[in-house]
Design a protein around this ligand. Structure first.
Ligand code: TRP
Length: 336
């Protein structure tokens, strides 16, 4: 039996951070062994709310490619492709838009949350949400179906988008005859990683992330600022590791003498400065293989370009076949 197809995507709007490694992207690295894997760099989707800043998106397509390779996505196993370079996706988006009502789009919980966030950040400008932005779930349904994605590995926040895609597929098949594959979400069980400031989520927009491409010096700077138990004033005060972000990251990094760290902290035998120093070393060791791979690809630009060209070719081949079937079903296959 042939392998099932996985399709997933990521917006190129910033670098990958440790949260991605422990979460979605780390999961893709594991899944690529088992499934036919397509990873889309969703530049068209990134432009829906960054259309005024094409330089940012362009720059981050390259950054994201390097980061994905650094994270361990293996071009021999997975196809990395650029969304805008597969124009069939845009065509499908237009056809699918007839199948989705405005009311349904506004009710999509992911879109709703994002619009609310925009309002809170931009005030009244949030009112000027564009057609392209509200419609991005349709474009995402085109991403998934164009690649015949059977499984879509996503976090919980993306579930409403997969559900909307499934509705589009069912409606399409009902009206035009069985044509499209209905995808299923593949929820990752990876925990959400807390940010350096102790917030529940590590994120670029929250300004609390440790990045894959942070230098050892930057890692040291960031860890030195991490909040420990505020009741601990002097080096020898006993403290509570369970409310200390340094301990949290020791745990995350599976520091081998974790029990000792806890004990010494609780008994006031461990100063925060020394504890942070250890953590900095552990994190830098953890990041080292990622940095090495990134450095390799940074020095081999032509290889990176070839990976994108090949990945996009493979994606396009599938998308062309799907589009052909779609046009046939819709009776608009004039010149095929
Ligand atoms: N919307 C996803 C995100 O913001 C990115 C994405 C684009 C995606 N196309 C996709 C995810 C297709 C899964 C499938 O993270």
């Amino acid at each position: 039996m042939s392998k099932k197809t996985i399709l997933t995507g990521i917006r190129p709007t910033g670098n990958l951070h440790v949260g991605h490694l422990f979460g979605a992207v780390g999961n893709w690295v594991k899944l690529q062994d088992e499934y036919e894997t397509f990873i889309e760099i969703a530049d068209v989707q990134a432009l829906t709310d960054n259309f005024q800043d094409p330089d940012k998106v362009r720059r981050n397509v390259k950054e994201m490619t390097l980061d994905l390779l650094a994270a361990g996505i293996d071009p021999a196993k997975a196809h990395i492709f650029i969304q805008s370079a597969v124009p069939e996706i845009a065509e499908l988006t237009v056809f699918y838009s007839n199948l989705v009502t405005m009311a349904r789009l506004y009710r999509n919980p992911t879109v709703k949350t994002e619009i609310a966030q925009k309002k809170s950040v931009f005030g009244n400008q949030g009112e000027s949400v564009t057609y392209g932005f509200v419609g991005y779930p349709i474009s995402q349904a085109a991403d998934i179906t164009a690649l015949e994605g059977e499984l879509v590995p996503v976090g919980e926040d993306q579930l409403p988008l997969i559900e909307q895609c499934r509705e589009i597929v069912r409606k399409f098949n009902h009206i035009y005859g069985p044509t499209l594959k209905e995808p299923e979400p593949l929820l990752s069980e990876t925990p959400r990683i807390k940010g350096l400031d102790g917030q529940e989520k590590m994120g670029k927009s929250l300004g609390n992330a440790l990045y894959l491409n942070d230098t050892p010096e930057v890692v040291a700077e960031k860890i030195k600022k991490v909040i420990t138990d505020p009741s601990k004033i002097k080096k020898d005060d006993p403290a509570n590791p369970d409310i200390c972000m340094v301990y949290y990251y020791h745990k995350l990094m599976q520091t081998d003498h974790l029990a000792t760290v806890r004990e010494e902290c609780e008994q006031g035998k461990r100063g925060c400065v020394a504890c942070k120093k250890e953590l900095i070393e552990t994190i830098n060791q953890y990041l080292e293989p990622f940095r090495k791979r990134r450095a390799y690809y940074e020095q081999h630009e032509e290889e990176v370009e070839k990976i994108l060209i090949e990945g996009t070719k493979a994606a396009r081949k599938r998308a062309q076949e799907v589009l052909k079937q779609v046009k046939k079903s819709m009776k608009i296959d004039y010149f095929d």
